[in-house]
Design a protein around this ligand. Structure first.
Ligand SMILES: [Zn+2]
Length: 454
């Protein structure tokens, strides 16, 4: 009898010790476990080995199966797929450009990559005289003659800016809008200087758009060194002709899926906190930083909460959004689903800025909510998080309506555009400790969101 009593007493004491763990202690456990086990980093390597995850690509379905099985193995309370129709643009095997004018540069191959969504050329390719434009806005100059020519947009990425996303945003219009504006003026094709902070010769792809009332023309990105070479060749020779061959093609939309995993809340299971990233990636590299890492970090948030036996009050839901890069169809479908089911989302966190050293959280919310979150900084600081402030969140979660806080995880941004959308974005570019500190920061924030009343 006494033995039973003593055992009961010990169980009682231990269960209460567990319950009275402070947020500081929970935070320390999360950080240590993430850094020691590197589970997310190991998952990232597996994911990067699967193959290109661009929406509609065969390997994107293998990746979706893989994510489901990881979530099942991690014992999430619920794992399911949300069907979504996605675009299917395929790069194909032919992708080349070369200078064909007589002279010193004849037959000089140029390092190019078709922009996402571009039409291809026929087998003979397309050729024309190149017209260079040093700033995107100059395409509107009235005296510019680009009819039946190839427009070469050569606006540089502004290396003088500290904020690399601002530099990207400034230069990326020539990629997204360049073909439309050039086609309005009768151009044959466009070549776009890669929007990157690195001065190598690797082309950086990304989405471009067409307008249905304007002819569609092929569009490629060119590596920075070859952009310089092309400029030099034009200065040296004056009139210069380039030939381009592309076999990229847009197929019919395909059925794909958002991958969703959940841990049910103990007190308020109907109140949801989403943590996510986008599961598609451009095909040239592994999509390691963009956004394989963000996805495995989101899975790791639930996994750490589960393994440390934290019992969240609210439901924690990991969403791997399909097709962020082209149409955001996964994000639209998710937002429509939670609208129709009238699901309550307290907050959402998106990781889509690379897996570098944590710096802050950018929050779209009322100022009182942000002020409350700022009181959590002491608990987050050990991960590297220095600030929580008002700002944009993430492309996918921004479609969610009525959440109290939409939050973007912001790691250090200096190297992101070295890799972004290019063959440089491979697994070896991700540092395990930096990535795991990011997972820990997101896990701690998720826990605090779950246990507080915003
Ligand atoms: Zn991304």
């Amino acid at each position: 009898m006494i033995r039973v009593f003593l055992i009961s007493l010990i169980v009682f004491i231990f269960s209460n010790v567990a319950k009275t763990q402070t947020n500081e202690e929970i935070s320390a456990d999360i950080i240590r476990t993430a850094l020691e086990d590197r589970r997310g980093y190991k998952w990232l390597e597996q994911l990067c080995d699967i193959g290109p995850r661009l929406s509609g690509y065969p390997d994107s379905y293998k990746a979706i199966e893989w994510a489901q099985s990881v979530m099942h193995q991690a014992n999430f309370d619920s794992v399911w797929l949300q069907p979504v129709m996605v675009p299917f643009w395929e790069r194909g095997s032919v992708e080349s450009a070369k200078i064909i004018s007589k002279g010193k540069f004849k037959n000089q191959e140029l390092s190019v990559a078709a922009l996402g969504g571009s039409i291809g050329t026929n087998e003979d390719g397309i050729s024309g005289v190149v017209v260079k434009i040093d700033s995107f806005v100059h395409i509107n100059n009235q005296d510019l003659d680009v009819e039946n020519k190839i427009v070469f947009y050569n606006e540089p990425y502004d290396q003088g800016l500290v904020n690399t996303f601002a530099a990207y945003g400034k230069a990326v219009k020539q990629r997204t809008r360049g073909a439309i504006e050039a086609a309005k003026r009768g151009a044959l094709a466009v070549i776009v200087r890669s929007v990157t902070s690195l001065n190598d010769n690797v082309p950086h792809t990304g989405i471009m758009s067409y307008n249905d009332t304007i002819p569609k023309i092929p569009a490629v990105a060119i590596g920075i060194r070859d952009a310089e070479l092309l400029s030099l060749a034009m200065e040296t020779q004056g009139v210069l002709k380039v030939e381009m061959k592309l076999s990229c093609v847009t197929h019919e939309p395909k059925l794909s899926y958002n991958v969703v995993g959940e841990i049910f809340g103990e007190k308020h299971p109907e109140e949801i906190i989403v943590v996510g990233g986008h599961f598609d990636a451009w095909d040239k590299g592994h999509g390691a930083h963009d956004d394989g890492a963000g996805c495995v970090q989101a899975i790791e948030v639930l996994d750490l909460i589960k393994r440390l036996d934290l019992k969240p009050s609210r439901t924690i839901r990991c969403v791997l959004f399909v097709d962020e890069e082209q149409r955001q169809s996964g994000a639209h479908a998710y937002a429509a689903m939670i609208d129709s089911l009238k699901q309550t989302h307290i907050a959402a966190i998106e990781a889509d800025r690379g897996a570098f050293m944590p710096r802050g959280f950018s929050v779209s919310a009322d100022s009182l909510v942000i002020e409350k979150m700022q009181t959590w900084l002491p608990v987050l600081r050990e991960t590297g998080i220095e600030w929580i402030r008002e700002g944009g969140s993430g492309v996918d979660i921004s479609k969610i309506k009525n959440a109290k806080a939409l939050i973007g995880f912001v790691p250090d941004m200096q190297r992101y555009f070295d890799y972004h959308h290019s063959a440089n974005d491979t697994f070896d570019k991700v540092h395990p400790r930096e990535m795991e500190l990011g997972s820990a920061a997101m896990t701690i924030l998720t826990w605090l969101l779950s246990e507080s009343d915003l």
